[in-house]
Ligand binder design. Sequence first.
Ligand code: TYD
Length: 202
Amino acid sequence: MSKAKFITFEGVDGAGKSTHLEWFADALRQRGINLLMTREPGGTPLGERLREILLNEPMHAETEALLMFAARREHVAQVIRPALQQGIWVISDRFSDASFAYQGGGRGVALTKLEQLEQWVHGDLQPDLTLLFDIPVEVARQRLANNISLDRFEQEQGSFFEKVRQAYLARSQKTPDRFAVIHAEKTRDEVQKSLEKIIASI
Ligand code: TYD
């Protein structure tokens, strides 16, 4: 049996990654793959409590980074590693690239500090594949405009999301082999075609 894979979905809010994630997971299941879907911040009972705080409570940018990685530590220990060890694939809606994009790019937390946290929390574990849903910020903002309630991140200005987007792209250029950049402003069908190609190559 081939090794279970760890796949993450990333992108600015409004890129449509959650919809595509459902479709992608179904397509893998249809190929007989046993998988688990999870998310960050969250994925464990403690992580979900931290998510509530992170999405609603104002805090210092470094506190935000530390809490993201604290939730992640629990997620790696309780969910991600045990599943992979049992041969179950893990698909996570966000992982550490989001901390580099939002806390690093968006909030300006030093990359060296984030790299230390990353090393500490999952130094020997990286996603096998990361799907980055890239989209012009104005388009993502228009998609969010229909949402009734926006969390602390979604309420940020366009300039914040521009920095997040650029930090994601910079991160994808650092380890291009791990990333598949998806042009998320395309139609749903076109995006699904790109996802099909990716699945065929896994
Ligand atoms: P998300 O699950 O995309 O929100 P939604 O349920 O509204 O689709 O992510 C929640 C927010 O958390 C998102 O705005 C990005 C932010 N986030 C960070 O800032 N840093 C991180 O490390 C992670 C995992 C998420």
